[in-house]
Ligand binder design. Structure first.
Ligand code: AMP
Length: 431
Protein backbone atom coordinates (compact mmCIF):
# COMPACT_ATOMS: atom_id res chain seq x y z
CA UNK A 1 0.00 0.00 0.00
CA UNK A 2 1.14 3.53 -0.76
CA UNK A 3 0.47 6.16 1.92
CA UNK A 4 0.51 9.94 1.92
CA UNK A 5 0.66 11.67 5.32
CA UNK A 6 -0.20 15.38 5.58
CA UNK A 7 1.56 17.49 8.23
CA UNK A 8 4.98 18.36 9.59
CA UNK A 9 4.93 18.30 13.40
CA UNK A 10 5.61 15.91 16.25
CA UNK A 11 2.17 14.35 15.86
CA UNK A 12 2.89 13.56 12.23
CA UNK A 13 6.31 12.10 13.08
CA UNK A 14 4.60 9.77 15.55
CA UNK A 15 1.96 8.84 12.94
CA UNK A 16 4.60 8.20 10.26
CA UNK A 17 6.74 6.16 12.68
CA UNK A 18 3.80 3.94 13.63
CA UNK A 19 2.39 3.63 10.09
CA UNK A 20 5.87 2.73 8.81
CA UNK A 21 5.84 -0.33 11.09
CA UNK A 22 2.87 -1.80 9.22
CA UNK A 23 3.67 -4.68 6.85
CA UNK A 24 1.00 -3.30 4.51
CA UNK A 25 3.01 -0.18 3.62
CA UNK A 26 5.38 -0.30 0.65
CA UNK A 27 5.81 3.44 0.03
CA UNK A 28 5.17 6.59 2.05
CA UNK A 29 5.28 10.31 1.31
CA UNK A 30 4.86 13.10 3.84
CA UNK A 31 3.79 16.66 2.99
CA UNK A 32 5.80 18.43 4.19
CA UNK A 33 7.41 16.40 7.00
CA UNK A 34 10.52 17.34 8.96
CA UNK A 35 14.09 16.10 9.47
CA UNK A 36 13.02 13.24 11.74
CA UNK A 37 10.27 12.04 9.40
CA UNK A 38 12.80 12.01 6.55
CA UNK A 39 14.92 9.52 8.55
CA UNK A 40 12.11 6.96 8.92
CA UNK A 41 12.17 3.75 6.90
CA UNK A 42 9.41 1.26 6.18
CA UNK A 43 9.49 -2.06 8.06
CA UNK A 44 8.36 -3.91 4.93
CA UNK A 45 11.17 -2.95 2.53
CA UNK A 46 13.44 -0.37 4.25
CA UNK A 47 12.28 2.23 1.76
CA UNK A 48 12.79 5.77 3.16
CA UNK A 49 9.80 8.01 3.85
CA UNK A 50 9.93 10.75 1.26
CA UNK A 51 9.25 14.31 2.44
CA UNK A 52 7.72 16.57 -0.21
CA UNK A 53 7.70 20.32 0.32
CA UNK A 54 3.97 20.89 -0.03
CA UNK A 55 2.27 22.76 2.83
CA UNK A 56 -0.66 21.17 4.69
CA UNK A 57 -2.98 24.01 3.70
CA UNK A 58 -2.15 24.05 0.00
CA UNK A 59 -5.07 21.90 -1.13
CA UNK A 60 -4.48 22.19 -4.91
CA UNK A 61 -0.84 21.14 -4.48
CA UNK A 62 -1.82 18.25 -2.17
CA UNK A 63 -4.30 17.04 -4.76
CA UNK A 64 -1.67 17.31 -7.50
CA UNK A 65 0.65 15.22 -5.30
CA UNK A 66 -2.05 12.57 -4.90
CA UNK A 67 -2.73 12.58 -8.64
CA UNK A 68 0.99 12.09 -9.30
CA UNK A 69 1.65 9.29 -6.77
CA UNK A 70 -1.83 7.71 -6.45
CA UNK A 71 -1.65 6.86 -2.70
CA UNK A 72 -3.99 4.08 -1.54
CA UNK A 73 -4.67 6.05 1.65
CA UNK A 74 -3.99 9.64 2.72
CA UNK A 75 -3.75 10.38 6.45
CA UNK A 76 -4.43 13.93 7.63
CA UNK A 77 -2.57 15.06 10.79
CA UNK A 78 -3.44 18.74 11.47
CA UNK A 79 -6.74 20.59 11.88
CA UNK A 80 -6.39 23.28 9.19
CA UNK A 81 -6.59 21.05 6.08
CA UNK A 82 -9.60 19.28 7.62
CA UNK A 83 -11.35 22.60 8.19
CA UNK A 84 -10.51 23.61 4.61
CA UNK A 85 -12.18 20.45 3.29
CA UNK A 86 -9.23 18.32 2.16
CA UNK A 87 -11.21 15.16 2.87
CA UNK A 88 -14.16 16.24 0.73
CA UNK A 89 -11.81 17.32 -2.09
CA UNK A 90 -9.83 14.04 -2.12
CA UNK A 91 -13.02 11.96 -1.93
CA UNK A 92 -14.58 13.90 -4.81
CA UNK A 93 -11.58 12.85 -6.92
CA UNK A 94 -11.84 9.20 -5.86
CA UNK A 95 -8.96 9.14 -3.33
CA UNK A 96 -9.28 7.30 -0.01
CA UNK A 97 -8.46 9.63 2.83
CA UNK A 98 -8.62 9.34 6.60
CA UNK A 99 -10.06 12.21 8.66
CA UNK A 100 -13.41 13.92 9.22
CA UNK A 101 -15.00 15.75 6.30
CA UNK A 102 -15.47 19.51 6.42
CA UNK A 103 -18.89 19.35 8.05
CA UNK A 104 -17.68 16.96 10.75
CA UNK A 105 -14.46 18.94 11.26
CA UNK A 106 -16.61 21.87 12.44
CA UNK A 107 -16.39 20.34 15.91
CA UNK A 108 -12.94 21.90 16.02
CA UNK A 109 -13.19 24.61 13.36
CA UNK A 110 -16.11 26.37 15.08
CA UNK A 111 -16.35 26.58 18.84
CA UNK A 112 -19.84 28.12 18.45
CA UNK A 113 -20.96 25.08 16.42
CA UNK A 114 -19.55 22.72 19.06
CA UNK A 115 -21.06 24.59 21.97
CA UNK A 116 -24.53 24.71 20.36
CA UNK A 117 -24.25 21.01 19.45
CA UNK A 118 -23.34 20.09 23.03
CA UNK A 119 -26.32 22.04 24.34
CA UNK A 120 -28.70 20.55 21.75
CA UNK A 121 -27.67 17.00 22.62
CA UNK A 122 -27.15 17.15 26.39
CA UNK A 123 -23.37 16.71 26.39
CA UNK A 124 -21.98 17.92 29.75
CA UNK A 125 -20.14 21.22 29.16
CA UNK A 126 -19.48 24.62 30.71
CA UNK A 127 -22.24 27.20 30.93
CA UNK A 128 -21.68 29.28 27.78
CA UNK A 129 -23.07 31.69 25.18
CA UNK A 130 -22.00 32.87 21.72
CA UNK A 131 -21.72 36.55 20.76
CA UNK A 132 -20.78 38.81 17.90
CA UNK A 133 -21.56 42.08 19.75
CA UNK A 134 -19.20 43.25 22.52
CA UNK A 135 -21.91 44.94 24.62
CA UNK A 136 -24.02 41.78 24.97
CA UNK A 137 -20.86 39.72 25.58
CA UNK A 138 -19.83 42.01 28.44
CA UNK A 139 -23.23 41.64 30.12
CA UNK A 140 -22.79 37.84 30.12
CA UNK A 141 -19.18 38.13 31.34
CA UNK A 142 -20.53 40.26 34.23
CA UNK A 143 -23.13 37.57 35.01
CA UNK A 144 -20.20 35.16 35.38
CA UNK A 145 -18.42 37.61 37.71
CA UNK A 146 -15.69 38.04 35.09
CA UNK A 147 -14.53 34.45 35.81
CA UNK A 148 -14.74 33.19 32.28
CA UNK A 149 -12.91 31.98 29.20
CA UNK A 150 -13.32 34.06 26.04
CA UNK A 151 -12.74 32.01 22.89
CA UNK A 152 -12.50 33.04 19.25
CA UNK A 153 -14.98 30.91 17.30
CA UNK A 154 -12.59 29.79 14.55
CA UNK A 155 -9.09 28.33 14.31
CA UNK A 156 -6.50 30.76 15.69
CA UNK A 157 -3.31 28.67 15.87
CA UNK A 158 -4.26 27.60 19.39
CA UNK A 159 -4.02 31.21 20.60
CA UNK A 160 -7.67 32.29 20.52
CA UNK A 161 -8.53 31.26 24.09
CA UNK A 162 -8.25 33.96 26.77
CA UNK A 163 -8.64 32.95 30.40
CA UNK A 164 -10.07 35.71 32.57
CA UNK A 165 -10.26 35.90 36.35
CA UNK A 166 -11.94 39.28 36.78
CA UNK A 167 -14.31 41.64 35.02
CA UNK A 168 -11.62 43.97 33.67
CA UNK A 169 -9.73 41.04 32.12
CA UNK A 170 -12.91 39.66 30.53
CA UNK A 171 -13.78 43.06 29.03
CA UNK A 172 -10.25 43.39 27.63
CA UNK A 173 -10.49 39.91 26.15
CA UNK A 174 -13.85 40.63 24.51
CA UNK A 175 -12.51 43.87 23.01
CA UNK A 176 -9.32 42.17 21.84
CA UNK A 177 -11.26 39.65 19.78
CA UNK A 178 -14.46 41.48 18.75
CA UNK A 179 -13.17 45.08 18.49
CA UNK A 180 -9.41 44.92 17.75
CA UNK A 181 -9.89 41.76 15.62
CA UNK A 182 -6.61 40.26 16.90
CA UNK A 183 -7.59 36.88 15.44
CA UNK A 184 -9.10 38.27 12.22
CA UNK A 185 -12.07 36.39 10.78
CA UNK A 186 -11.60 33.55 13.32
CA UNK A 187 -12.79 36.07 15.92
CA UNK A 188 -15.92 37.35 14.15
CA UNK A 189 -17.83 35.52 16.90
CA UNK A 190 -16.78 34.49 20.38
CA UNK A 191 -17.89 31.80 22.80
CA UNK A 192 -17.76 32.79 26.45
CA UNK A 193 -17.63 29.86 28.85
CA UNK A 194 -17.71 29.90 32.63
CA UNK A 195 -14.23 29.29 34.04
CA UNK A 196 -14.15 25.69 35.24
CA UNK A 197 -11.92 24.44 38.04
CA UNK A 198 -10.60 20.91 38.09
CA UNK A 199 -8.17 18.46 36.56
CA UNK A 200 -7.96 18.64 32.79
CA UNK A 201 -7.56 15.44 30.78
CA UNK A 202 -7.46 14.57 27.10
CA UNK A 203 -9.75 11.92 25.68
CA UNK A 204 -9.24 10.37 22.26
CA UNK A 205 -11.78 8.25 20.41
CA UNK A 206 -11.36 6.70 16.98
CA UNK A 207 -14.65 6.95 15.11
CA UNK A 208 -16.03 5.32 11.97
CA UNK A 209 -19.25 7.23 11.38
CA UNK A 210 -21.18 5.09 13.87
CA UNK A 211 -18.87 3.67 16.52
CA UNK A 212 -16.40 5.55 18.75
CA UNK A 213 -13.58 3.54 20.36
CA UNK A 214 -12.07 5.24 23.39
CA UNK A 215 -8.29 5.36 24.00
CA UNK A 216 -6.76 5.32 27.51
CA UNK A 217 -6.50 8.72 29.23
CA UNK A 218 -3.63 11.15 28.77
CA UNK A 219 -2.74 14.55 30.12
CA UNK A 220 -1.09 17.46 28.35
CA UNK A 221 0.86 20.30 30.02
CA UNK A 222 -0.36 23.45 28.28
CA UNK A 223 1.62 26.11 30.14
CA UNK A 224 5.18 26.98 29.19
CA UNK A 225 6.74 26.76 32.66
CA UNK A 226 6.95 24.33 35.57
CA UNK A 227 4.05 24.35 37.99
CA UNK A 228 1.64 25.32 35.19
CA UNK A 229 2.99 28.87 35.12
CA UNK A 230 3.68 31.04 32.08
CA UNK A 231 1.88 31.32 28.78
CA UNK A 232 -0.41 28.78 27.11
CA UNK A 233 1.44 26.71 24.49
CA UNK A 234 0.60 23.99 22.00
CA UNK A 235 1.65 21.53 24.72
CA UNK A 236 4.93 21.03 26.60
CA UNK A 237 4.61 17.34 27.37
CA UNK A 238 2.20 14.48 27.94
CA UNK A 239 1.85 11.17 29.67
CA UNK A 240 -0.54 8.27 29.45
CA UNK A 241 -2.42 6.91 31.28
CA UNK A 242 -3.51 9.72 33.64
CA UNK A 243 -4.30 8.25 37.08
CA UNK A 244 -7.22 10.57 37.84
CA UNK A 245 -9.74 8.12 36.38
CA UNK A 246 -9.66 4.37 36.75
CA UNK A 247 -10.87 2.17 33.90
CA UNK A 248 -14.47 2.05 35.11
CA UNK A 249 -14.55 5.84 35.61
CA UNK A 250 -13.06 6.41 32.17
CA UNK A 251 -15.70 4.18 30.62
CA UNK A 252 -18.38 6.14 32.50
CA UNK A 253 -16.98 9.54 31.40
CA UNK A 254 -16.66 8.21 27.85
CA UNK A 255 -20.30 7.11 27.89
CA UNK A 256 -21.52 10.41 29.33
CA UNK A 257 -19.83 12.30 26.49
CA UNK A 258 -19.67 9.96 23.52
CA UNK A 259 -23.16 8.45 23.67
CA UNK A 260 -25.03 11.77 23.37
CA UNK A 261 -22.39 12.95 20.88
CA UNK A 262 -22.91 9.91 18.63
CA UNK A 263 -26.71 10.19 18.94
CA UNK A 264 -26.47 13.87 18.02
CA UNK A 265 -24.29 13.13 14.98
CA UNK A 266 -26.75 10.48 13.80
CA UNK A 267 -29.72 12.82 14.30
CA UNK A 268 -28.01 15.62 12.34
CA UNK A 269 -26.59 13.41 9.59
CA UNK A 270 -22.95 14.06 10.52
CA UNK A 271 -20.74 11.11 9.58
CA UNK A 272 -17.67 11.50 11.76
CA UNK A 273 -14.87 9.27 10.49
CA UNK A 274 -11.61 10.18 12.16
CA UNK A 275 -10.24 10.97 15.58
CA UNK A 276 -12.37 12.89 18.07
CA UNK A 277 -10.37 14.47 20.88
CA UNK A 278 -12.51 16.07 23.59
CA UNK A 279 -10.71 18.25 26.13
CA UNK A 280 -12.40 17.47 29.44
CA UNK A 281 -12.34 19.17 32.83
CA UNK A 282 -13.03 16.85 35.77
CA UNK A 283 -14.99 19.27 37.97
CA UNK A 284 -16.60 18.80 41.38
CA UNK A 285 -19.93 18.51 39.55
CA UNK A 286 -18.75 15.92 37.06
CA UNK A 287 -16.78 15.83 33.80
CA UNK A 288 -17.38 18.71 31.38
CA UNK A 289 -16.24 19.08 27.78
CA UNK A 290 -14.41 22.38 27.23
CA UNK A 291 -13.65 21.80 23.57
CA UNK A 292 -13.62 19.24 20.79
CA UNK A 293 -10.66 18.71 18.48
CA UNK A 294 -11.10 16.85 15.21
CA UNK A 295 -7.66 15.19 15.00
CA UNK A 296 -5.02 13.49 17.12
CA UNK A 297 -3.54 15.64 19.89
CA UNK A 298 0.00 16.94 19.70
CA UNK A 299 1.82 15.79 21.86
CA UNK A 300 -0.80 13.20 22.98
CA UNK A 301 -0.11 11.14 19.83
CA UNK A 302 3.51 10.78 20.89
CA UNK A 303 2.47 8.90 24.07
CA UNK A 304 -0.44 6.94 22.57
CA UNK A 305 1.19 5.40 19.53
CA UNK A 306 4.16 3.74 21.31
CA UNK A 307 1.54 2.04 23.53
CA UNK A 308 -0.76 0.98 20.68
CA UNK A 309 -0.32 -2.65 19.70
CA UNK A 310 -2.67 -2.70 16.69
CA UNK A 311 -1.55 -2.06 13.13
CA UNK A 312 -2.42 1.63 12.69
CA UNK A 313 -2.99 1.28 8.95
CA UNK A 314 -5.69 -1.30 9.62
CA UNK A 315 -7.34 0.90 12.24
CA UNK A 316 -7.36 4.03 10.07
CA UNK A 317 -8.69 2.07 7.10
CA UNK A 318 -11.48 0.69 9.30
CA UNK A 319 -12.21 4.19 10.63
CA UNK A 320 -12.54 5.51 7.08
CA UNK A 321 -14.55 2.50 5.86
CA UNK A 322 -17.00 2.30 8.79
CA UNK A 323 -15.78 -1.13 9.94
CA UNK A 324 -14.19 -0.34 13.32
CA UNK A 325 -16.58 -2.76 15.02
CA UNK A 326 -14.36 -5.62 13.82
CA UNK A 327 -11.31 -4.23 15.70
CA UNK A 328 -10.41 -4.21 19.35
CA UNK A 329 -7.88 -1.58 20.42
CA UNK A 330 -4.96 -3.15 22.26
CA UNK A 331 -2.54 -1.18 24.46
CA UNK A 332 0.79 -2.15 25.94
CA UNK A 333 0.50 -2.22 29.72
CA UNK A 334 2.55 0.42 31.53
CA UNK A 335 2.93 4.06 30.64
CA UNK A 336 4.54 6.54 28.28
CA UNK A 337 5.90 10.06 28.86
CA UNK A 338 6.76 12.71 26.27
CA UNK A 339 8.86 15.76 27.20
CA UNK A 340 8.76 18.55 24.63
CA UNK A 341 12.02 20.39 24.03
CA UNK A 342 11.29 23.87 22.66
CA UNK A 343 13.36 26.78 21.40
CA UNK A 344 14.01 29.58 23.92
CA UNK A 345 11.24 32.19 23.72
CA UNK A 346 8.48 29.71 22.78
CA UNK A 347 5.50 30.34 22.56
CA UNK A 348 6.73 33.78 21.46
CA UNK A 349 9.17 34.38 18.64
CA UNK A 350 12.05 31.89 18.49
CA UNK A 351 15.38 31.76 16.76
CA UNK A 352 15.78 28.99 14.17
CA UNK A 353 18.83 27.22 12.77
CA UNK A 354 20.61 26.14 15.99
CA UNK A 355 22.42 22.82 15.64
CA UNK A 356 20.94 19.94 17.68
CA UNK A 357 23.36 17.35 19.06
CA UNK A 358 22.87 14.06 20.89
CA UNK A 359 19.86 12.88 18.89
CA UNK A 360 21.36 9.51 17.96
CA UNK A 361 22.49 8.87 21.56
CA UNK A 362 18.99 9.62 22.88
CA UNK A 363 17.30 7.49 20.21
CA UNK A 364 19.61 4.58 21.00
CA UNK A 365 18.24 4.31 24.55
CA UNK A 366 15.83 1.39 24.98
CA UNK A 367 12.07 2.04 24.64
CA UNK A 368 12.75 5.64 23.67
CA UNK A 369 11.90 7.59 20.54
CA UNK A 370 12.75 11.19 19.77
CA UNK A 371 9.87 12.56 17.70
CA UNK A 372 10.83 15.62 15.69
CA UNK A 373 8.55 18.66 15.37
CA UNK A 374 10.33 21.88 14.31
CA UNK A 375 13.54 20.47 12.84
CA UNK A 376 15.27 20.74 9.48
CA UNK A 377 18.36 19.21 7.91
CA UNK A 378 21.14 21.59 6.84
CA UNK A 379 24.00 19.63 5.32
CA UNK A 380 25.15 17.07 7.89
CA UNK A 381 23.36 18.82 10.75
CA UNK A 382 19.85 18.72 12.12
CA UNK A 383 18.86 22.20 13.26
CA UNK A 384 15.98 23.83 15.10
CA UNK A 385 13.21 25.07 12.82
CA UNK A 386 10.33 26.14 15.06
CA UNK A 387 8.98 26.68 18.56
CA UNK A 388 8.42 23.09 19.60
CA UNK A 389 11.50 21.22 18.37
CA UNK A 390 11.37 17.64 19.73
CA UNK A 391 9.06 15.32 21.67
CA UNK A 392 11.34 13.03 23.63
CA UNK A 393 9.28 9.96 24.48
CA UNK A 394 9.91 6.86 26.58
CA UNK A 395 7.69 4.01 27.63
CA UNK A 396 8.11 1.56 30.51
CA UNK A 397 6.29 -0.70 32.94
CA UNK A 398 5.04 2.26 34.97
CA UNK A 399 4.83 6.03 34.87
CA UNK A 400 7.75 6.65 37.20
CA UNK A 401 10.11 4.52 35.09
CA UNK A 402 8.85 6.08 31.84
CA UNK A 403 9.41 9.56 33.24
CA UNK A 404 12.94 8.76 34.43
CA UNK A 405 13.77 7.30 31.02
CA UNK A 406 12.35 10.28 29.10
CA UNK A 407 14.37 12.78 31.15
CA UNK A 408 17.48 10.62 30.78
CA UNK A 409 17.05 10.91 27.01
CA UNK A 410 16.44 14.68 27.25
CA UNK A 411 19.80 15.06 29.04
CA UNK A 412 21.59 13.66 26.00
CA UNK A 413 20.18 16.31 23.64
CA UNK A 414 21.57 19.82 23.34
CA UNK A 415 20.82 22.97 21.36
CA UNK A 416 21.23 26.65 22.17
CA UNK A 417 18.59 27.96 24.61
CA UNK A 418 16.68 24.69 24.72
CA UNK A 419 13.66 24.97 27.00
CA UNK A 420 11.68 22.12 28.53
CA UNK A 421 9.54 21.57 31.59
CA UNK A 422 11.02 19.44 34.35
CA UNK A 423 7.69 18.45 35.87
CA UNK A 424 6.00 16.44 33.12
CA UNK A 425 3.85 13.75 34.82
CA UNK A 426 4.83 15.06 38.27
CA UNK A 427 1.17 15.71 39.17
CA UNK A 428 0.32 12.09 38.44
CA UNK A 429 3.13 10.79 40.62
CA UNK A 430 2.24 12.98 43.58
CA UNK A 431 -1.52 12.27 43.41
P1 AMP B 1 -9.25 25.09 24.30
O1 AMP B 1 -8.44 25.42 23.08
O2 AMP B 1 -10.68 25.49 24.20
O3 AMP B 1 -8.99 23.72 24.84
O4 AMP B 1 -8.59 26.00 25.44
C1 AMP B 1 -7.22 25.98 25.73
C2 AMP B 1 -7.00 25.76 27.22
O5 AMP B 1 -7.70 26.77 27.96
C3 AMP B 1 -7.55 24.45 27.73
O6 AMP B 1 -6.65 23.40 27.52
C4 AMP B 1 -7.78 24.76 29.19
O7 AMP B 1 -6.57 24.66 29.92
C5 AMP B 1 -8.21 26.20 29.16
N1 AMP B 1 -9.69 26.29 29.15
C6 AMP B 1 -10.49 26.29 28.06
N2 AMP B 1 -11.79 26.38 28.42
C7 AMP B 1 -11.82 26.44 29.77
C8 AMP B 1 -12.87 26.58 30.75
N3 AMP B 1 -14.14 26.69 30.41
N4 AMP B 1 -12.50 26.61 32.05
C9 AMP B 1 -11.20 26.55 32.42
N5 AMP B 1 -10.17 26.44 31.55
C10 AMP B 1 -10.46 26.39 30.24
Amino acid sequence: MKLLVIGSGGREHALVWKLAQSPHVTKMWCASGNAGIAQERLAKNSSPVECVSVGAENLPALLALAEKHKPDLTVVGPDNPLALGVVDLFQSKGFRIWGPNQRAAQFEASKAFSQDFMERHGIPTARAKTFSEPAAAKIFARELGGQCVVKADGLALGKGVLICRDLAASERAIDEILVSHTFGAAGARIVIQELLEGMEISLHALCDGRIAKLFPTSQDHKRALDGDAGLNTGGMGTYSPAPFLDEAQLAEVGRAILEPWARGCAAEGIEYRGLLYPGVMLTASGPKVIEFNARFGDPETQVYLPRLENDLVELLEASAAGTLGAHELKWKPGAAVCVVMASGGYPGNCKKGDVITGLAEADALPDTKVFHAGTARVGENIVTNGGRVLGVTSWAEDLRAARTAAYRAVEKIHFANAHFRRDIAAKALSS
